[in-house]
Ligand binder design. Structure first.
Ligand code: PTJ
Length: 265
């Protein structure tokens, strides 16, 4: 819950208000790392509700580290990638947004808005698949206004992958030509590419296998990347055909290296 302003019926001082929030286990907006801590809270709550897989905590922690190194903001390389992604999604025949536990709790509402704007199909597709969690995530998204969300069908498979994580929807990922996969694993990204799909990844780690295997990688936090794609959708004229993902990833890596080199305590 985000509290921007507070007027206390019993005239609590600011200090007492902060103690009060701490008491009821909330983070005061004045905390210097408020935004980041709120995202952490969302993930933790997601685990409690059975939406985020327990290993999603680890994935989030890794993401936090890279976001910290990136200064927790969108850089030109990420915005350019978001622009290219918007042009691909808008020009796709059957664009699909793949949603997992982490992405649902961090950016569910923004994903729904992006799908509405672009006509993309939303599919809950999980690495650690269980029907119960797919159902919970779909319900969670429906409560935010999402409609026609695929995921329960499980009537097709991503070729070349073993186990449950290959299961997908025929009318969703299986049929899709451009697939947006936030927080994906490298294996599945590679398998989707082998099926002839164009893959757009959102991954804060420019070194991950997903980042290197995808056609377009947006090295940014999903909470900033999805609204950026949506914003760029508004001014798409034609598809950006020339996209050098390796160069873009190198730009992200160079940024991190230079920042580390120039940081002082
Ligand atoms: O809900 P499920 O079962 O589909 O599982 C989802 C997770 C994320 C647990 C699963 O896909 C997984 O284990 O992912 P990995 O292999 O840990 O990769 C997650 C990647 O996402 C890492 O490279 C992180 O740096 C990156 N990441 C984490 N948080 C964010 C992020 N990228 C963008 N925005 C974030 N908020």
């Amino acid at each position: 819950m985000k509290i921007k302003s507070f007027s206390s019926p019993v005239n609590l001082s600011k200090q007492n208000f902060i103690s009060f929030l701490t008491y009821i286990n909330m983070i005061p907006p004045s905390h210097p790392r408020y935004e980041s801590l709120m995202l952490r809270e969302k993930i933790a709550e997601g685990v409690e509700k059975g939406i985020v897989h327990i290993t999603g905590l680890i994935a989030h922690g890794r993401g936090e580290t890279f976001d910290y190194l990136l200064g927790e903001k969108t850089h030109l390389f990420a915005d350019m990638a978001a622009k290219a992604a918007a042009s691909w999604i808008m020009n796709a025949e059957h664009p699909v947004i793949s949603i997992n536990g982490n992405s649902a709790v961090l950016a569910g509402k923004e994903i729904i808005e992006l799908a509405e704007k672009t006509g993309a199909v939303m599919e809950v597709n999980l690495f650690h698949r269980s029907e119960k969690r797919v159902e919970k995530i779909i319900k969670f998204l429906e409560e935010m206004g999402g409609k026609n969300i695929l995921g329960m069908e499980g009537d097709a498979r991503i070729k070349g992958l073993e186990h449950e994580r290959a299961i997908c929807s025929r009318e969703g990922i299986y049929k899709g030509d451009v697939i947006l996969v936030p927080l994906e694993d490298g294996d599945r990204c590679e398998a989707l590419k082998k099926m002839g799909k164009r893959v757009i990844a959102i991954d804060l780690n420019p070194l991950s296998r997903t980042a290197r295997k995808a056609d377009i990688t947006i090295v940014d936090n999903i909470v900033r990347a999805i609204p950026n794609i949506k914003r760029h959708c508004e001014d798409v004229k034609e598809e950006i055909k020339e996209w050098d993902n390796e160069k873009n990833l190198q730009d992200a890596l160079n940024f991190i290296c230079n920042r580390l080199r120039n940081l002082s305590l």
